[in-house]
Design a protein around this ligand. Structure first.
Ligand SMILES: Nc1ncnc2c1ncn2[C@@H]1O[C@H](COP(=O)(O)OP(=O)(O)OP(=O)(O)O)[C@@H](O)[C@H]1O
Length: 375
């Protein structure tokens, strides 16, 4: 079973969600389902499966809500460790004063207020299974040093203990932050980075996924508890709007929207009027062109798009930076394969080459990523 057993009231920082554990939880996705439909996701999941089978620490990157925790669970469920615990710790929400005892545990009498029998820390609870350290970029610096020791020595020393305890965990870390920047700022240990980043999996933002139509239909099916959703369950105009919307909250936001729409719809079909406010107000520049998932165009708010088309030079610095980030993300996600990246961005190869020149992104024609991209 994938869930840990905890004998204490659960701290905010620890999650133990199990498949279908509550009506609010979306249907649990098996690893194969995560990989369906999209080349980037397929490749990412395949790499994850190979890494986890070899016990290599995995670092999952991606914007908030892109499914980092889901992927971590799915990889654990797939791995040879699936019968042992999957223990998730949110490093951003552990109070610093409790962090050591939460992670490494303590012996009886270690401090006043300690439980009489002592407590196993999360690292020990994950022994034989998987330890998922979410928001690793927010881990306090002092704790990073202790974690590094645990990972190097494969043992923990609970507070007040005389002897270390051996532990065997598969480590999966996740963050939405740029750890390289945190390292440069002196906020994240470089040596810890190399320990946790045995293999890096970067989840694409939902707006960049070519399989958004499938994700929408799957979520509707899960919400309505049917095996498969067919397109009669959503009006074309509503679907088109959902395909065009940029989804800043990614899968989390989409799931919330679909729950809402399924709750308020009448007659078994989601109409535009059943969409929440943010989608009703959204005016995509190219709503008319997003009907085909494989042909998704980059989404630009109408006013910005019109201004940029009329006066390209007027694109604000921020808009240019955003666009550069989106293009680089697509290139990284497709391992700098220009055809795959252009498909993902919804433009032809020639346009992508033009865009690379315009945005000053160096590249090597149809080859592996340039050296600067991995620096
Ligand atoms: N494959 C999926 N299918 C359906 N819904 C999903 C999927 N992945 C994620 N979600 C939805 O998105 C929510 C957020 O997922 P998850 O917690 O894995 O994202 P995250 O990237 O870890 O987010 P954060 O960075 O905020 O911790 C889930 O609770 C669920 O509602």
């Amino acid at each position: 079973m994938p869930t840990q057993t905890v004998d204490l009231p659960l701290a905010e920082s620890v999650r133990t969600a199990g498949p279908n554990s509550s009506r609010n939880a979306p249907r649990y996705r098996a690893i194969e389902q995560l990989a369906v439909g999209d080349e980037v996701m397929r490749d990412l999941v395949e790499r994850g499966k190979r890494l986890i089978d070899r016990g290599i620490p995995i670092l999952i990157l991606g914007e908030t809500g892109t499914g980092k925790e889901y992927l971590s669970r799915a990889l654990h469920e797939y791995s040879e460790r699936r019968r042992a615990a999957w223990v998730a710790v949110n490093c951003a929400s552990i109070p610093e004063s409790l962090a050591e005892s939460e992670l490494f545990g303590y012996c009886k009498g270690a401090f006043s207020g300690a439980l009489p029998g002592g407590m196993k820390g999360k690292v020990q609870q994950a022994d034989g299974g998987t330890l998922f350290l979410d928001e690793i970029g927010d881990m306090p610096f002092a704790l990073q040093t202790r974690l590094l020791r645990v990972l190097s020595e494969r043992e923990v020393i609970p507070l007040g203990a005389m002897r270390p305890v051996p532990v065997d965990v598969q480590l999966i870390c996740a963050t939405h932050q740029d750890l390289k920047t945190l390292i440069a700022d002196g906020r994240f240990r470089e040596d810890l980075y190399y320990r946790i980043a045995g293999g890096v999996l970067r989840l694409p933002a939902l707006r960049d996924r070519a399989d958004r139509r499938r994700v929408i239909m799957d979520m509707i099916a899960a919400e309505l508890s049917v095996d498969e959703a067919d397109e009669r369950m959503i009006a074309p105009a509503a679907l088109q709007r959902m395909l065009a919307y940029p989804w800043p909250g990614n899968l989390r936001q989409m799931h919330a929207v679909i729950r809402y729409s399924c709750a308020v719809m009448d007659g078994g079909r989601i109409e535009v009027r059943d969409l929440p406010e943010e989608l009703m107000q959204f005016q995509a520049a190219n709503l008319g062109h997003t009907g085909h998932a494989a042909n998704v165009r980059p989404i630009v708010p109408q006013a910005d798009a019109a201004a940029a088309l009329a006066h390209p030079a007027r694109q604000s610095g921020e808009a240019l930076r955003d666009e550069r980030t989106r293009v680089i993300d697509a290139l990284i996600g497709s391992r700098w394969n220009i055809s795959a990246a252009s498909r993902q961005l919804g433009m032809c190869r020639a346009s992508l080459y033009r865009k690379l020149r315009q945005l000053d992104i160096p590249h090597v024609r149809d080859q592996a990523m340039p050296a600067y991209a991995v620096a």
